[in-house]
Design a protein around this ligand. Structure first.
Ligand SMILES: *[C@@H]1O[C@H](CO)[C@@H](O)[C@H](O)[C@H]1NC(C)=O
Ligand SMILES: *[C@@H]1O[C@H](CO)[C@@H](O)[C@H](O)[C@H]1NC(C)=O
Ligand SMILES: *[C@@H]1O[C@H](CO)[C@@H](O)[C@H](O)[C@H]1NC(C)=O
Ligand SMILES: [Zn+2]
Length: 525
């Protein structure tokens, strides 16, 4: 009870959650005005936090959370900088499972810990459906949360008047929509994109391109007959928004040079038009007075210095590898993000940075839950890296997802049970066979049944990182899910992101907070 009183009176300096996973380690959250007394209280509290059988544990934990809420003041500064983190396909079930995955790794039960961004003071739910589809893909949802307009499935940077594949619609500029990248650039801010996918993939493409089909990443992907439309890689180099981006880090080198040329690893490109877009990008950047640099491995990234104000980093031929399969010269999402922030912070007017953890989605499509959770952990780590570098008085940080997936987290396993293992095998299913805690509604993990009996999962090696988790409906690629995604916000105007709203609301609120874009802003109401 003494502990409770000390903490109660010291409450203004308490954080709602006193422990969080920071750099994949369970740590106490740092508080600016830490005093000795506070520190002692924290240490005791951290120990007692794991004494869940003690009713005071829960009361204190809830009282701290309440104290933090009632003493939270609203930050109404202008957001000079904005970082938007996007976990592609990072559903709420994925977040809950990742907590256990990480918590267990570091010796905790797991369920009780928080991912770095789960400590943010304000959260909301975004509705992700698109104009012509009840379940979103990354293209239409990217258009919504980056440009503020809902679009048709498979299209990026175009209004709902353009159907997927409508090249003529793409060529008509009155159908184009631009958003956060354009608005930030017009306000004189620096802009950047960091992703673990190809930089021309649907999600990053939605930041700078207008394409009636997300698949038109290079000229060879374009329709052979009819109208010619500009491919996405070309728009990154020739488009007004694309060429103005200062930092581009990710994969997808193949879309940037021709079939007749080799990269440093001896791989030929895939372009048929003979263009080397990397060379074009360097020349274009020089012609507008920038100091550009092209890099392609981790060593180059580490060596980067402030001599360069524009950097194109294409670190792999296709998507970047999964973190669990990465090699020494593959930079991590966290390393790329750190460098991007260093470069963009040189602009006194601020920056807009978009960071995508893109392989959560591809892992889910393969029903490889282990990889999906690990990629989510990498995103959480990246957010933590960024938080250490920015000032939350003038930097708005948002973490969200584009759409859900069909993975469920079910059964009644004991606390701290292996999240990637079987649900409590004491309670087999009606076919007297065990089932896994994580499973999918559809996808390639379907395992043929024998009559009424399902496949016996005890025969499987669920520790294999390529294990495909069971699915009900056989499908070559698991589908996205249609329910809402979470939005976590911290920094100026982060309270705008509470509630339940359409996904295309997000950039409007960011525009307000940072005084960019054509809508109402904090600077011109
Ligand atoms: C371009 O699109 C606008 C709006 O969708 C439409 O009114 C106009 O007729 C189109 N122009 C052409 C040349 O198709
Ligand atoms: C559940 O099924 C597994 C696999 O067939 C079996 O080894 C186990 O004994 C069963 N458990 C119970 C409680 O029946
Ligand atoms: C997992 O699959 C990938 C290709 O999909 C393969 O390159 C890798 O070697 C596999 N890993 C294991 C441990 O089997
Ligand atoms: Zn997907």
């Amino acid at each position: 009870m003494t502990l409770f009183i000390i903490i109660y009176f010291k409450s203004t300096i308490f954080h709602p959650s006193n422990v969080a996973l920071v750099n994949n380690q369970l740590q106490k959250i740092e508080v600016n005005q830490a005093s000795t007394e506070y520190q002692e209280g924290q240490d005791k509290l951290t120990r007692s936090l794991f004494d869940e059988k003690n009713k005071d544990h829960w009361k204190m934990q809830a009282q701290f959370a309440l104290q933090a809420k009632i003493t939270t003041f609203l930050n109404t500064n202008v957001a000079k900088n904005v970082i938007l983190f996007l976990g592609d396909g990072m559903s709420v079930a994925t977040l809950a499972a990742t907590r256990v995955y990480l918590g267990r790794k570091y010796g905790y039960l797991g369920e009780e810990v928080k991912l770095s961004f789960e400590t943010f003071p304000f959260t909301g739910l975004a509705k992700t459906y698109c104009v012509d589809s009840n379940v979103a893909d990354s293209a239409c949802s990217g258009t919504a949360y980056l440009s503020g307009v809902k679009a048709n499935s498979g299209t990026v940077g175009l209004s709902g008047g353009v159907k997927r594949g409508d090249c003529e619609g793409q060529r008509n500029s009155s159908n184009s929509v631009t958003g956060l990248m354009d608005w930030a650039q017009r306000a004189g801010k620096s802009t950047g994109i960091v992703t673990t996918t190809r930089v021309t993939h649907a999600t990053p493409a939605a930041a700078y391109a207008h394409s009636a089909d997300r698949k038109w990443e290079a000229d060879v992907d374009m329709p052979r007959h009819g109208l010619r439309c500009e491919d996405i890689a070309s728009q990154l180099v020739r488009g007004r928004v694309g060429i103005s981006i200062d930092v581009i880090f990710g994969g997808g080198r193949k879309n940037f040079y021709p079939v007749t040329e080799k990269d440093a690893h001896g791989h030929y490109g895939i372009r048929n038009d003979g263009r080397n877009l990397i060379r074009e990008w360097l020349l274009k950047k020089e012609s507008i007075g920038s100091r550009p640099k092209y890099i392609y491995n981790k060593q180059d990234l580490e060596k980067l210095n402030s001599k360069y104000d524009s950097v194109l980093g294409l670190f792999s031929f296709d998507h970047m590898p999964y973190h669990l399969e990465a090699e020494d010269d593959d930079p991590t999402l966290s390393e790329m993000t750190q460098k991007a922030i260093e470069i963009l912070s040189q602009n006194r007017k601020g920056y807009f940075l978009f960071v995508e953890g893109g392989r959560i989605d591809t892992a889910h499509h393969e029903t490889k839950a282990r990889k999906a959770l690990d990629e989510t952990a990498e995103l959480a780590k990246t957010v933590e890296t960024a938080l250490k570098m920015v000032n939350l008085e003038d930097t708005l940080v948002i973490v969200t997802s584009d759409h859900s997936h069909t993975m469920t987290y079910s059964g009644y396993s004991k606390r701290g049970a292996d999240i990637l293992g079987l649900a409590n095998p004491k309670f087999n299913a009606s076919d007297n066979l065990p089932y896994s805690t994580l499973s999918y509604a559809n996808g390639p993990g379907f395992k043929p049944h024998q009559g009424f009996r399902r496949h016996n999962l005890i025969l499987d090696d669920m520790n294999d990182l390529n294990y495909t988790y069971p699915s009900l409906v056989p499908l070559a690629r698991e589908t996205h899910g249609g329910e809402d995604v979470a939005v976590f916000a911290k920094g100026p105007w982060s309270h705008l992101f509470t509630g339940n709203y359409e996904q295309n609301f997000i950039p409007h609120a960011i525009g307000y907070a940072s005084c960019i874009g054509p809508g109402i802003t904090k600077c011109k109401s």
